[in-house]
Design a protein around this ligand. Structure first.
Ligand SMILES: Cc1cc2nc3c(=O)[nH]c(=O)nc-3n(C[C@H](O)[C@H](O)[C@H](O)COP(=O)(O)OP(=O)(O)OC[C@H]3O[C@@H](n4cnc5c(N)ncnc54)[C@H](O)[C@@H]3O)c2cc1C
Length: 378
């Protein structure tokens, strides 16, 4: 793969840099999510109006009809300029794009991509996390409607969301994976209760969602009744890609900030500091090169599959190394950004859980890429 920009990509990058230099807010983001959320959303909406969101989605649903390379350039440039955190929710549009009806694509995708309507992902349940196919939320057909009852948990941004992409069991007789369907559930529907869950850093980023005989019309099912599992796996594949969710650029920005703080506070750092930074930089570079490889495969037409578990594992490793290094190096309690780094450290712990835990990613690699046996041989 040629890593240099083509002439078109170089023009795109220049245009983007100009736009970002004129539009990225200069004031720092508020620390608490409740105050940060409107900033994140406002910036995302501004980006959308500027034509910089959903670059690889088709134009007729609100995208820009461009390619993955432009998505990667965008991710790089956002990282470079310290832009506000992007809402990590774009992957929720993918199932509507690939499995949704024409009516669903036209109704839901433009406001989702514009961040005028916020979506959340209702997959996990108290007894169904790693073993997602054990989910118990039920949808029962009643005339032209489905009546949904059950409970979801760990729903990111559930308190801010208007719609939930929800998995429910529609055929209790079918094999576990086959009996699951995907629905669009408006969260203002009668019977829905959304309760915030407070994180260790005080943010209410998660929610529990209770569904008590929530009625949705048949047209709110995405794909066929047996498509739920395939749709869930598609969403998760996109959620695991570092470039897909813009995390590569975020980590590059954090690393640059950390190196800068260390440089300012310790003009001649000792070997241990240099070594810690060097290890982090090397991990980041491995992730970057891996992302480029994934991108080049995707650019040649391959859909994301089980190999995104490699992205997820590398991403988690880099994030946790970076955050642990930051805590080790920023020992001066007076350092103004220390609280922010501590929040980032706490959040980094979640990297080995969300989108499938690190153990589950290793299981996927072992079974689906390396074709190792499921049970150890004795
Ligand atoms: C920041 C964050 C955001 C999230 N956002 C969402 C969201 O928006 N929507 C949503 O639906 N969910 C969300 N989740 C939930 C997430 O998908 C689950 O937490 C995750 O799948 C793990 O499930 P669990 O918490 O039930 O843990 P469990 O499945 O109970 O796992 C507990 C431990 O056992 C290990 N384990 C389980 N099974 C195996 C196995 N077969 N082999 C080896 N080890 C195993 C796991 O690795 C883990 O260490 C989010 C989670 C986090 C942390």
């Amino acid at each position: 793969m040629d890593l240099r920009d083509s002439p078109d990509e170089a023009r795109f990058r220049t245009r983007l840099r100009t736009w970002l230099s004129e539009n990225v807010p200069t004031e720092p983001e508020p620390a608490a999510l409740a105050e940060r959320w409107p900033h994140m959303r406002e910036f995302q909406q501004r980006m959308y109006r500027g034509g910089w969101v959903a670059l690889s989605y088709p134009r007729e649903v609100g995208g820009q009809g461009l390619g993955l390379m432009e998505e990667a350039i965008l991710s790089q440039e956002l990282g470079r300029v310290n832009a506000p955190t992007m809402l990590p929710l774009g992957h929720l549009g993918r199932p509507l794009l690939s499995h949704g009806s024409e009516e669903q694509r036209r109704r839901y995708l433009p406001p989702l991509l514009a961040s005028d309507e916020i979506w959340c992902q209702g997959f996990s349940e108290p007894q169904a996390g790693s073993d997602l196919a054990a989910l118990r939320t039920r949808a029962v057909r009643d005339g032209g409607d489905w009546v949904i009852s059950g409970q979801k948990v760990w729903t990111s941004y559930g308190v801010f969301a208007d719609f939930c992409l929800l998995l429910a069991r529609t055929d209790p007789e079918a094999r576990r994976h086959r009996g699951i369907s995907a629905f669009v559930v408006p969260l203002r529907s009668p019977g829905v209760t959304v309760r915030p869950i407070v994180l260790a850093n005080g943010d209410e980023e998660f929610a529990e969602i209770y569904l008590d005989e929530v009625r949705v019309p048949d047209r709110n099912m995405i794909g066929a009744p047996t498509d739920g599992w395939r749709i869930a796996m598609d969403v998760i594949s996109y959620e695991r890609g570092a470039v897909d969710i813009g995390y590569l650029s975020k980590f590059e920005r954090y690393f640059a900030e950390l190196a800068d703080v260390v440089r300012r506070s310790t003009p001649t750092p000792d070997r241990a500091v240099v070594r810690a930074l060097g290890e982090t930089a090397a991990g980041l570079e491995v992730l970057r090169m891996h992302c480029l490889r994934s991108l080049s495969e995707r650019a040649s037409g391959a859909a994301p599959g089980p190999e995104t578990s490699i992205d997820k594992l590398l991403m988690t490793r880099v994030e946790q190394l970076l955050m642990a290094t930051s805590l080790d190096l920023l020992t001066d309690a007076a350092e103004p950004g220390r609280r922010e780094w501590f929040d980032r450290y706490l959040y980094g712990r979640a990297g080995s859980i969300y989108g499938g835990s690190a153990q589950i990613q290793r299981n996927i690699l072992a079974e689906r890429l390396l074709a190792l046996p499921r049970e150890p041989r004795v």
